[in-house]
Design a protein around this ligand. Structure first.
Ligand code: SF4
Length: 362
């Protein structure tokens, strides 16, 4: 940016204080704003806390796929839904480390592993801890998403060197029962408490387009923003409809609702990374650009997200170039800042080799 344009468009105001007492009235009022007002406020907030043209890029390896006993209505991995998905056992350590090495060779500094469990058993945890240790030994940061945790399990993961834990709230407390019956909202909040209390960084967000109302989206954002600490990373997913899941056939969400939700997440949690997550494969470049303007500053990179398609890696490279977005560089890794499951790269993104094209968990 030219110095004059930079002066004209980059506010020099101090960072916003972080609040944890947002009311539903405030949040619904934000969501109801004319879109231009909302975009302006979100972009102004974003520029106080982040480089406006930097984007953080995340990778995620599914280490155990399918046969999950939970009944999340959006998920192809639930054993309760007939989606035709072939379950896979926990990957062997060597395979995980090969994938981590391949990711590192592409420039990844952080590696996230997801398992379709209700909760890990102690044996599961030992196996994952070996993976964490192995990935850490490669010089990479680690992130895992394993379902619900007990506090002692969270502590053991922390002691093993884990950096980030992903656990989404998914939706509002009011709408939650229409999506999931096998675990409660309180279960989710408790796992997030344990993770935070032992000093792990948290990655938590939700899914839009499941038939929820705008008020539900406001309520979910309120829950996230009023946690004792904002999640360092807030993934905002757009439902990917999978045939055989209960939510298949749900009326598509107005894409501007996605943009609005991202903008309000940015305003409520100004220092968190807001990740435009699942659903990008079906989004136009223009919609994604609007989401970035609304304050999204992180994406998943790679052709698969768990069991569904992600935006094509080459398309991402071209889109970033067209928008003038730069992936975050390695030197930012030293900052004590959020970014669950993220990887930062110090050279241009490359298309992932198909051998490391693993399913990823949103
Ligand atoms: S979202 Fe996670 S917990 Fe829910 S069914 Fe899918 S894998 Fe299981």
């Amino acid at each position: 940016m030219s110095p004059s344009l930079s002066r004209a468009t980059v506010p020099s105001q101090p960072k916003m204080p972080l609040r944890h007492d947002w009311s539903m009235g405030e949040v619904t009022a934000f969501l109801d704003e004319p879109l231009n007002n909302l975009l302006f406020a979100a972009q102004t907030t974003h520029r106080r806390h982040f480089e406006p043209n930097r984007i953080q890029v995340s990778t995620l390896l599914s280490i155990k796929t399918g046969a999950c006993p939970e009944d999340c209505g959006y998920c192809s991995q639930s054993a309760k839904h007939e989606t035709g998905l072939e379950p896979e056992r926990l990957l062997p350590l060597s395979e995980v480390l090969d994938a981590a090495r391949a990711a590192r060779e592409e420039g990844a500094t952080r590696f996230c592993m997801g398992a379709a469990w209700r909760n890990p058993t102690d044996k599961n945890l030992e196996q994952v801890i070996a993976m964490i240790s192995g990935v850490k030994a490669l010089g990479m940061e680690t992130c895992v998403t394993l379902g619900m945790l007990e506090q002692d399990q969270a502590r053991r993961l922390r002691e093993a060197g884990l950096d980030y834990y992903n656990h989404n709230l998914d939706t509002s407390p009011e709408f939650y029962g229409q999506v999931i019956s096998t675990r409660t909202y309180q279960d989710r909040l408790r796992t997030l408490d344990y993770v935070r209390e032992v000093g792990l960084k948290t990655c938590s967000g939700g899914i839009l387009g499941m038939g929820e109302s705008r008020r539900d989206r406001a309520s979910m954002l309120c829950q996230l923003a009023n946690l004792p600490a904002h999640p360092e990373s807030v993934p905002i997913n757009l439902l990917v409809q999978v045939e055989g899941t209960p939510l298949f056939g749900t009326e598509a969400l107005d894409p501007f609702e996605l943009v609005r939700t991202i903008a309000v997440a940015r305003i409520l949690m100004p220092a968190s990374y807001v990740r435009l997550s699942a659903g990008r494969a079906n989004m136009s470049d223009e919609l994604q650009a609007l989401c970035f303007a609304a304050g999204a500053n992180s994406v998943f990179y790679g052709d698969r997200l768990l069991t569904t398609d992600n935006a094509d890696a080459l398309r991402d490279q071209q889109l970033f170039a067209r928008l003038g977005l730069q992936p975050e560089e390695a030197e930012l890794e030293g900052r004590d800042q959020p970014g669950g499951c993220h990887r930062s790269i110090d050279r241009p993104l490359r298309q992932r080799p198909t051998t490391s094209d693993q399913a990823a968990r949103a």
